[in-house]
Design a protein around this ligand. Structure first.
Ligand code: IFM
Length: 459
């Protein structure tokens, strides 16, 4: 059986974070409000009313965090750029102080020998694009509004213009599926809209934004990626009704966000009563535009498989069924490492030669970590999780899937959206009162793995 040390010699090791989850400093140096600032301030929507106003204070403490990354021996660091730091109202005038922060961060990373891998949008939309009435902006409705896709491309172009010479590859969007479902269909995340299937235009407009931004990035000679949250979908039983439900769910979760990029078309969503124009949002030429700039890499965020059964009520064509008999994370997510192999091999089988090279842009688990009196954080469940997933990844590579790198989620414990600070995903423990960083046992394990992999390949 191949294992993680068998991953290819040029395999790239990294960690991932996102702006609102770590930066804090939400009012600093001209940053405008984001939908998350406004949403998290609403009573009852986030556990214990917590917000990302301070988070890990990374905006000020980034030199210490880059030093931690250097200690790991990373090849790459995936972070996100906060759009409201660059364009406080989501359009027009640039906030140079905001750009300067990422300029300094990029310099620090390069000095540490770490390649920056920025994500342009990880859910912190400028609030002005959501609610024009409060901001005077021309647009509104966030990603429900087609105009947001064009604003996004403008923002991508200006950021790339400033930073592109030092950063070869760029990720446009993070997890457009999760953003659509949690933000627009269920209202669990910002901007808190609960539109159910009427949220579908937010899927199309994000993908349109990707296509427009991808063209702008490519014009500057840059490589383009997207980070999709993908899941292998397993029917609960082999009953045909469960299989049909699983096919419908797979179309919504996986194919809706990958088929248009790779195949230039949307999947069949008729099981949802939705036509090919996704609620009237798809206009002539859009799909061509979305696929026009081929992806240089597909980012895959994997956490767990999904088990699907026939619907129990008429609202949706599926029901989610529990996955039993496996370990669970602190978040109660099932731990199924082989699901990663299954997902990757399934993508290769589905898209064949059209599948771009893959990078795992997120994978990790939350553990109820505590700093022990001797200063250690013994997070063995995380080590077990990472080791098993990397072995599953090596198995997929041995089966011929082209996977170029692995970025674990996350460097630091951070703000886990509606769960506040209750879910710790970091290799490094953060005391959110004092901001003291304490590397966990998994930090040393990951550092040693990266070193052992290099030694194995003569590096
Ligand atoms: O913290 C999130 C991240 O922002 C997006 N992907 C999943 C992570 C864990 O829930």
């Amino acid at each position: 059986m191949p294992n993680r040390l068998d991953l290819p010699a040029d395999f790239r090791w990294g960690v991932s974070t996102a702006a609102y989850q770590i930066e804090g400093a939400v009012d600093e140096h001209g940053r405008g409000p984001s939908v998350w600032d406004v949403f998290a301030a609403r009573p009852g929507v986030v556990r214990d009313g917590q917000t990302g106003a301070v988070a890990c204070d990374h905006y000020r403490r980034y030199p210490e965090d880059v030093a931690l990354m250097r200690g790991l021996g990373l090849d790459g660091y995936r972070f996100s750029i906060a759009w409201p730091r660059i364009q406080p109202t989501g359009a027009g005038a640039l906030n140079l102080a905001g750009l300067d922060f990422y300029d300094r961060l990029v310099d620090a990373l390069l000095a540490a020998g770490i390649t920056p891998l920025p994500t342009l949008f990880h859910w912190d939309l400028p609030q002005a694009l959501e609610a024009p009435s409060t901001s005077g902006s021309a647009a509104g409705g966030g990603w429900l509004n087609r105009d947001t896709a064009y604003r996004f491309a403008e923002y991508a172009a200006v950021v790339a213009d400033r930073l592109g010479a030092r950063i070869p590859a760029w990720i446009t969007l993070n997890e457009p599926f999760v953003h659509m479902v949690y933000g627009y269909a269920l209202g669990i995340h910002a901007p808190g809209r609960a539109l159910m299937l009427d949220a579908l235009p937010a899927a199309h407009h994000q993908l349109l934004g990707h296509g427009l931004a991808a063209a702008a990035l490519r014009e500057q000679g840059l490589e383009v990626m997207i980070a999709n949250n993908l899941t292998p979908v397993r029917p609960a039983t082999d009953d045909p009704a469960d299989v049909v439900a699983a096919t419908a769910y797979d179309a919504l979760h996986n194919r809706l966000f990958t088929d248009p990029l790779v195949l230039g078309r949307y999947p069949d969503l008729s099981a949802f009563g939705v036509g090919p124009d996704l609620g009237g949002s798809v206009l002539e030429g859009d799909l061509k535009l979305i696929a026009a700039t081929p992806l240089d890499g597909l980012g895959v965020n994997y956490y767990n498989p999904t088990r699907i059964a026939a619907p129990t009520d008429p609202g949706l064509p599926f029901t989610e069924a529990p996955i039993e008999g496996v370990p669970r994370t602190a978040f109660d997510w099932p731990v199924v490492p082989d699901g990663l192999r299954e997902l990757l091999v399934g993508l290769r089988d589905r898209y064949g030669a059209a599948l771009p090279p893959i990078t795992i842009t997120e994978n990790g688990c939350s553990v109820a970590d505590e700093v022990h009196p001797d200063g250690t954080v013994p997070d063995q469940p995380r080590i077990d999780y990472l080791a098993a997933h990397l072995d599953a990844l090596a198995a997929a590579v041995a089966e011929g899937v082209d996977v170029r790198g692995y970025y674990t989620w996350s460097l630091l414990d951070n703000y886990e959206w509606a769960e506040g600070f209750s879910q710790r995903f970091g290799l490094v423990h953060v005391d959110f009162e004092t901001q003291v960083r304490t590397p966990k046992a998994s930090y040393a394990w990951y550092r040693d793995l990266i070193a052992a992999h290099r030694t194995r390949h003569g590096g």
